[in-house]
Design a protein. Structure first.
Ligand code: CDP
Ligand code: MG
Length: 152
């Protein structure tokens, strides 16, 4: 089992796509174990996007990510980090494959609707930024026996 951080970005909230995109993760069989809406501050943006703060396009990204509320989700499942990244698709919506979230809903490099952690280390780091331990709700979904075999 893995956990990964998903953010529904301001364009997702503004475009009323939160429910449809969250549903994709539920439909896949992933388990939502944390969920909150918040406004990203410039300080939080710099912390979350630490690897990008020196880049020429960072000021635009910060203005975008702080422009409206976001939704943060902790998503759990087998191989969840890779599976969610593949569901999200390539960074630029114009290049993301059809069938991915960005490929189906985004036509922008910046306004690409969603963030997902890109590996185990970033998942750990990013989940800790957005969720306290007691904000993660562990539970066993009753649907599990219908989703996969016992040994999977
Ligand atoms: O989100 P992802 O990991 O696919 O891409 P990234 O390279 O880590 O970039 C983080 C975010 O910065 C992207 O999702 C875009 O919203 C934004 N970005 C941008 O505004 N301009 C760029 N040239 C590249 C990325
Ligand atoms: Mg990234």
């Amino acid at each position: 089992m893995e956990r990964t951080l998903v953010l529904l970005k301001p364009d997702c909230v503004q475009r009323r796509l939160m429910g449809r995109i969250l549903s994709r993760f539920e439909d896949k069989g992933l388990n939502i174990v944390g969920l909150k809406m918040l406004r990203v501050t410039p300080e939080l943006a710099k912390r979350h996007y630490a690897e990008h703060t020196h880049k020429s396009w960072y000021p635009g990204l910060e203005a975008f990510i702080t422009s409206a509320p976001i939704v943060a989700m902790a998503v759990e499942g087998p191989d969840a980090i890779r599976v969610v990244r593949e569901m999200v698709g390539a960074t630029n919506g114009l290049q993301a494959a059809a069938g991915t979230i960005r490929g189906d809903f985004s036509s922008s490099r910046q306004m690409n609707l969603i963030h997902a952690s890109d590996g185990p280390e970033s998942a750990r780091r990013e989940l800790a930024i957005f969720f306290a331990e007691n904000e993660i709700c562990e539970y066993t979904p009753m649907i599990t026996p219908a989703l996969r075999a016992d040994d999977e």
